[in-house]
Design a protein around this ligand. Structure first.
Ligand code: 6R9
Length: 635
């Protein structure tokens, strides 16, 4: 019996139980039967939760890129590996076959080696969503260099901090990038950043926008001439299972960004396995994940997961609103996408627009739709399910984190019955538990608690670059012996999980613990409301009171704001109870969001409290200008 693909619900439970009873046997069989190894592991796994030391496939030798490319060539050489859809719909899409991708990655790998990059060196990749980004990532992994992709929307100081933290010796960037109507001066940002990065020796520059840029003698080189000279054959580096594969920075609520380190074999096995099962991937599917490769979702489900399975994956350079709000739907139709994976923030933004944008497109090729990044509220869930999934595609709400490497809790398409706003059941290997305030494991269902995982899985990040103590403190100390996710969850009567949000998103009002997500859901159900965010502010009597920031669907239509506030509060009272009524409601045109779509609540909290003194690090905000607007309109 193979464990790689789960065929039905009964088998899911069987595999799940096996993975708990005999985790080593379970994962070693999957690893052995579905990947190419130079040497297989005998010990499979060793761990010490107290020290936060976790190792998978101990002593095995492998190269992840050989598994993504080389082994597919005999069977799938002419199959499209990557479809590149440019920002401008007038520019032709590119279809890059597995043969082409192998040649391009090999050339790039040879260039990196010629430029002095060695196994274990860190390379910062700061590129737009163009094929060179995928090629650079894979080329690093091929030669054992540790890639540190920095989202090409971060500011110079944010990039510099990430470069310095892991001492990248090379930066790969481009002359610029296209995003909707905008052109972004990436090379200029890198030039600024590098004023403060003595560790960087070389910069390779890909051509995309043809913008005129300055090249620093002795440091900067155009990439293409180097590639033209390089051989398209390359011998992959033999890597130990636990050699670092990449570093990816994730911003904590406080302090400097954490460089999460993922290692080779465990990440490979887990991303491939979770991709296959969550999305029910089959050979001729065309998979599109709309995330940026600068985030973990892009690493795991644009690149590694799909390529490990020999899939066709889409890289889209642009934004959902360019040239208009039908772009996503047009791309799905054009490339006959079978699985579409996006974020609630994109869904809500598109749902706000006229239905005619989507109704033009039948979207019949779609089989599965997915959501990731934050809790998907009830209204967005239904809009996505009805208008994109046509009520026929399973909607998989996938819960996971940069730290987890791959999806941990999600329905498996066509297997797990879905339930709106519930991520549903843990994947095999994932021992999810809820913990109460006294740090005891909660056995009952229909309860909420802090979500922890009590046994290691292959995809878990192994450390924070240069700071193992912080890794231990952040994830393994709140609940000794367990990995603490920082999220709260509710478990229903059949054991389905609903992620309620970060536990620090809980507000205590008059002694009642109120999660922000269900209140926001209730507000969002009002027909005039597009989106909302709730924070607490100090209140003499209640301890905390609730302050709501609300975006309306169409301004002007609901002129009677007083009445509207009453109606919104009535919704809240009806859904949650009068205790959750908002003391203040401020109508705003947008919310401060990180570039991955998460509301930066700490800024809203400060505004609600009337403290405009120090908003902390706002360099990761997508829309910093909104902060001023909200501040000026404060009640
Ligand atoms: C993959 C990714 C992780 C945090 C996580 C949680 C939230 C992600 C979610 C979700 C509810 C989902 N989150 N997916 N909350 N339902 N399906 O987003 O990684 O950027 O590290 O964020 O995002 O709060 O803890 P990352």
């Amino acid at each position: 019996m193979s464990y790689y693909k789960i065929e039905n619900l009964e088998q899911y439970f069987k595999h799940y139980n096996k993975s708990i009873r005999e985790p080593r046997k379970f994962w070693s069989k999957i690893a052995s039967e579905n990947f190419t190894w130079y040497q297989e592991s005998e010990k499979i796994m060793e761990f010490d939760m107290a020290e936060a030391k976790i190792q998978w496939f101990v002593d095995a030798k492998v190269n992840i890129v050989k598994n993504c490319l080389d082994r597919h060539l005999s069977k799938r050489g002419d199959k499209t590996a990557i479809i590149f859809e440019p920002n401008n719909p007038g520019e032709a899409a590119q279809h890059i076959t597995y043969n082409d991708l192998y040649a391009r990655v090999s050339k790039m790998a040879n260039v990196l080696r010629e430029q002095g990059v060695e196994k274990g060196d860190r390379v910062c990749i700061y590129l737009p969503m163009i094929p060179e980004l995928a090629v650079s990532v894979l080329a690093c992994a091929r030669i054992g260099a540790i890639h540190s992709v920095v989202f090409a929307g971060f500011s110079a100081s944010a990039v510099a901090a990430r470069i310095n933290d892991c001492e990248s010796k090379m930066v790969i960037t481009s002359d610029g990038g296209f995003r909707g109507e905008k052109t972004i001066d990436l090379k200029g940002i890198i030039d600024d950043a590098l004023n403060n990065c003595p560790c960087v020796e070389k910069v390779l520059v890909a051509k995309r926008t043809n913008a005129s840029i300055t090249m620093k003698e002795g440091r900067d080189q155009w990439l293409q001439p180097l590639l033209d000279e390089a051989s398209d054959n390359n011998v992959a580096e033999i890597m130990d299972a636990e050699d670092p594969l990449f570093i990816l920075y994730t911003s904590g609520s406080t302090g400097k960004p954490k460089g999460m380190v993922h290692t080779t074999a465990g990440y490979m096995v887990y991303t491939a396995y979770s991709f296959k099962n969550v999305f029910s991937y089959e050979e001729n599917d065309i998979f599109w994940c709309t995330a940026d490769i600068g985030w973990i979702t892009g690493h795991s489900y644009i690149l590694y997961g799909p390529l490990l399975n020999g899939a066709t994956t889409v890289i889209y350079e642009g934004v959902p609103s360019y040239p208009d709000f039908s772009r996503f739907w047009e791309i799905i139709e054009k490339h006959k996408i079978t699985q579409f994976y996006t974020a609630p923030t994109a869904i809500r933004a598109l749902a706000k627009e006229n239905l005619s944008y989507i109704q033009k497109y039948p979207l019949k090729s779609l089989k599965v739709i997915g959501s990731v990044g934050e809790p998907i509220n009830e209204e967005a869930w239904h809009w996505y399910n009805d208008h994109v999934g046509g009520k026929r595609c399973p909607l998989v709400d996938t819960w996971w984190q940069t730290e987890t490497g791959g999806i941990l809790i999600s329905a498996l398409a066509f297997i797990t019955p879905t339930k709106p706003t519930y991520a549903s059941l843990p994947l095999p290997g994932i021992q999810a538990v809820l913990m109460d305030e006294k740090r005891n494991e909660i056995e009952d269902n229909q309860v909420t608690g802090s979500l922890c995982i009590k046994f290691p899985w292959p995809g878990i990040a192994r450390t924070i670059w240069g700071d193992h103590q912080r890794y231990k403190d952040t994830y393994f100390s709140a609940f000794p012996g367990k990995y603490f996710t920082g999220d709260g969850a509710l478990r229903d009567e059949v054991g389905y999980y609903r992620i309620t949000g970060r536990v620090d998103d809980v507000i205590i009002v008059s002694g009642h613990n109120l999660g922000t997500a269900p209140i926001e859901d209730a507000i969002n159900e009002h027909p005039a409301v597009a989106e909302s965010a709730i924070v607490g502010f100090p209140h003499d009597i209640k301890g905390n009171a609730l302050y709501g920031f609300v975006i309306l669907k169409e301004s002007g239509e609901y002129r009677d704001r007083e009445n509207l506030m009453k109606e919104i509060n009535q919704h809240v009272a009806d859904h949650i109870g009068p205790i959750a009524k908002l003391d203040k409601i401020q109508f705003v045109s947008g919310l401060p969001k990180t570039r991955s779509g998460k509301i930066m609540r700490r800024i809203l909290r400060k505004i609600a409290e009337g403290d405009f003194s120090n908003f902390g690090d706002t360099s990761t905000l997508l829309n910093p200008e909104i902060v001023e607007e909200i501040k000026d309109g404060k009640l």
